[in-house]
Design a protein around this ligand. Structure first.
Ligand code: NAP
Ligand code: HSE
Length: 421
């Protein structure tokens, strides 16, 4: 179901490498039907017209179809089709992060009840085999943290901004020109795409349904080239990180731009590459790195899932039991988090301004680690200051920032970013 960027790659692999794939499984795998919206669209590679249909029932009620691949995207009708396919006893492979993040547990139960497999490796990290590892190879671990870069579009934009001090809108336009960002890149820019992916990873790691709405989210739209200059001077890169941690029975999941030390492995993940570090009690730190999007890497994950299912059908037909997402840990609000912070402000350029700001931060028990003041603008009589803090509580920082923003001498709070050590 779906013959776009991903579906086109999957169809090309199934048609072009049918013999190789069948040899890996030990029995033939045959592409029977493809659901599309517009059967007259020109496709690359071209697909035989008799394979195309606009009627989902040609797939969902077709007894000779054993496995359904959903690569349409969006919540509906995709989620409904997945339910129908599983209820009809068909195995399912999907790349749909939105559906899996929102409806994963119901779909997994439905798969279990109908004795079929539901695999979704391609929903996170394109060609990186992270989902299967959390569901299988790393299952012996208590996962302490997941920390990574799981959106290629934003990582491309941030890399351009860091390397060339390009402004955000220009870097976004370049990402669109190169076909990395979609025509409507909102879900990438505002962190929603990464929140879906983190919700899936955290649900698997912590064995409970973490909803996309449980993930604290801050997009990258407020970043300016000057933030990258200051960060570099302070010894940091700026990356949009997706982080999930569990401490004392509470889970905190968050997606936001972060300052990362330049020598940290995640600081070196550039362009459309993704990387995820999983820290477990037994395995220690395990790193996954690779292409997180695009036709070929995503096809690798989808076809890998198809082969896994087909091998099982070839053995005894029994599905692997689905992960149980029945944990009941609380979701920790970000207010309780302790972090270091980077704060950029535009202020009136006269005596006593720093002292006023420092007093408010001090009252909030926020200790200043460094202060930079570079640009002063004689025309507007303003100066730009960058403050980094020692570890402080998020709620206290937000409240102090509200008071700082209200000072007569503060013209603008330009950015507040968290620093990951
Ligand atoms: P896409 O290029 O927009 O393709 C969507 C396909 O689904 C099109 O072929 C479209 O048909 C078909 N379709 C959509 N709605 C339909 C409907 N209601 N009825 C029938 N057909 C319908 O999307 P994509 O980039 O391949 O992404 C597909 C899924 O994979 C999404 O869930 C996405 O999040 C996920 N994913 C994508 C990537 C990536 O790099 N692109 C990576 C990982 C995961 P027409 O061709 O006739 O319009
Ligand atoms: N928009 C996503 C990204 C595509 O940029 O990473 C893969 O999910």
């Amino acid at each position: 179901m779906g013959l776009g960027v991903v579906g086109g790659g999957v169809a090309a692999a199934l048609l072009g490498q049918q013999d190789e794939i069948s040899r890996k499984i030990g029995r033939p795998m045959i592409l029977k039907k493809i659901l599309v919206r517009d059967p007259d669209k020109l496709r690359e590679p071209p697909i035989p017209a008799d394979l195309l249909t606009t009627n989902p029932e040609d797939i969902l009620t077709n007894q000779s179809i054993h496995v359904v691949v959903e690569v349409m995207g969006g919540t509906q009708p995709a989620a409904g089709y997945l339910e129908d396919a599983l209820s009809a006893g068909k195995h399912v492979v999907t790349a749909n992060k939105e559906v899996m993040a929102k409806h994963g547990p119901e779909l997994m139960s439905l798969a279990q009840d109908n004795d079929v497999n539901l695999l979704f490796e391609a929903s996170v990290g394109g060609g990186i085999p992270i989902v299967g590892c959390l569901m299988n190879e790393l299952l012996a671990n208590e996962v302490h943290s997941i920390r990574g870069i799981i959106n290629g579009t934003t990582n491309y934009i941030l890399t351009r901004m860091a390397n060339h001090f390009t402004e955000f809108h220009q870097a976004l336009a370049e990402a669109q020109e190169r076909g990395y960002a979609e025509a409507d890149p909102t879900n990438d820019i505002d962190g929603m795409d990464a929140a879906y992916k983190l919700a899936i990873l955290a649900s698997l790691a912590y064995h409970q349904h973490i909803q996309p709405g449980d993930v604290y989210r801050q997009g990258i739209g407020s970043l300016e080239a000057k933030d990258f200059r200051y960060a570099k001077e302070l010894g940091y890169a700026i990356k949009s990180l997706a982080i999930a941690t569990r401490e004392n029975g509470a889970i905190l999941a968050r997606v936001h731009p972060s300052l990362v030390p330049l020598d940290h492995m995640l600081a070196k993940v550039d362009g459309v590459y993704n990387a995820v570090e999983v820290e477990g009690d037994l395995c220690g730190r395990v790193l996954f790195h690779g292409l997180g999007a695009g036709r070929e890497p995503t096809t690798s994950a989808v076809v890998g899932d198809l082969i896994e299912i087909s091998r099982k059908i070839g053995a005894d037909g029994r599905p692997t039991p689905m992960a149980q997402l029945d944990g009941a840990d609380s979701i920790r609000p970000i207010d309780d988090m302790v972090s270091r912070y980077y704060l950029r402000l535009t202020v009136a350029d006269h005596a006593g301004v720093l002292a006023e700001i420092a007093r408010i931060l001090g009252d909030g028990n926020i200790s200043i680690a460094s202060v930079l003041q570079k640009d002063t603008d004689p025309a507007t009589k303003t100066a730009e200051i960058v403050i980094t803090t020692h570890p402080a509580r998020e709620a206290s920082v937000q409240e102090s920032l509200r008071l700082v923003a209200g000072l007569e001498v503060v013209r603008e709070v330009n950015n507040l970013l968290r620093i990951e050590e």
